[in-house]
Design a protein around this ligand. Structure first.
Ligand SMILES: C[S@@+](CC[C@H](N)C(=O)[O-])C[C@H]1O[C@@H](n2cnc3c(N)ncnc32)[C@H](O)[C@@H]1O
Length: 281
């Protein structure tokens, strides 16, 4: 495999087992906005699509349904454990028009024009050189090919991430480490102007970046589960990585308390902010 994002490959190899274990819960934060990004591709039967950073493959399988049996979808990811689960999912669901490739999207040698569309749900924020990575993706698209992805707005627009991170801070007395602005990580593409400039720099045209803001919800009876999951990923997860059990318990209690304080009508609503980006090759 041609690999340039070595650090990300190592990190995702470590994180993959948690993602596989929590795949159902992650749908709650990603499912609806992923489908919005997919809708923007307006896929037609028979089209060929690549799912960039496909993870455990829920979107790859959904894309396969949208292009029908005559179409073809390739899920691409840098972490083999994610792809193992994705292949298992496709087999379980009897989906045969998908395949999965272990690759670093930035360095992978695509065939020129092999896809009609490229899609990603939160899988394109981890490139050391985003212009090079998106230029590589563009080369893989037909001249009329389309790109559509969803990525996170800044942390402040995503209370479902900042609330647990603040709880970790209160338990550890230290702010969770965040990557430098623009560095590979969940918020690397949070600035719409930067996204436009990266995509234009990569040769894409008709670039549209649309902010979308809504809420992640959790039922009151599910708060404990929500807190447990939220503390295992992202900045909160990193902040607790080396913590002792007492500190972890403190962070968990603080998260549950903060969530309970926000219950209204039996439901907690936490702000979620994403960018929907689309472009033409
Ligand atoms: C936040 S997860 C999203 C996974 C999936 N799209 C989903 O929505 O469930 C990011 C994914 O991107 C993959 N990834 C990160 N850098 C990559 C790269 N350079 N090439 C291919 N995949 C990459 C990770 O392994 C991970 O599976």
């Amino acid at each position: 495999m041609d690999l340039v994002n070595t650090e990300q490959a190592e990190q995702w190899a470590l994180m993959a087992p948690t993602w596989v274990e929590m795949e159902g819960r992650l749908e709650r934060t990603s499912g609806a906005v992923g489908r919005m990004a997919m809708d923007r591709l307006d896929l037609r039967p028979g089209e060929r699509v690549v799912d960039l950073g496909c993870g455990t493959g829920p979107t790859t399988v959904e894309l396969a349904g949208r292009v029908g049996p005559e179409g073809r979808v390739v899920g691409m990811d840098i972490a083999t454990a994610m792809l193992d689960r994705a292949r298992q999912r496709a087999a379980e669901e009897g989906v045969t028009n998908v395949s999965f490739v272990h690759a670093d999207v930035q360095a992978h040698q695509f065939d020129e024009g092999e896809f009609d569309a490229a899609f990603s749900r939160f899988g394109v924020m981890f490139y050391a050189d985003p212009v090079a990575a998106f230029a590589n993706v563009r080369r893989a698209l037909t001249p009329a090919g389309r790109l559509s992805f969803v990525c996170w707005q800044e942390a402040l627009a995503n209370e479902w991430m900042t609330l647990p991170a603040m709880a970790v801070m209160s338990a550890t007395n230290a702010p969770p480490a965040m990557p430098e602005p623009g560095a590979p990580g969940p918020f690397a593409l949070c600035d719409p102007d930067r996204v436009r400039s990266i995509l234009t720099g990569a040769g894409f045209a008709t670039v549209e970046v649309t902010p979308h803001n809504d809420h992640v919800t959790a039922e009151e009876g599910d708060i404990e589960n929500f807190a447990g999951s939220a503390l295992r990923v992202g900045a909160a997860g990193r902040g607790l990585k080396d913590a002792d059990d007492a500190t972890k318990q403190k962070a968990y209690d603080a998260t549950v308390d903060a969530l309970r304080a926000k219950v209204e009508g039996g439901v907690v609503r936490l702000a979620r902010g994403v960018l929907l980006a689309s472009a033409r090759a």
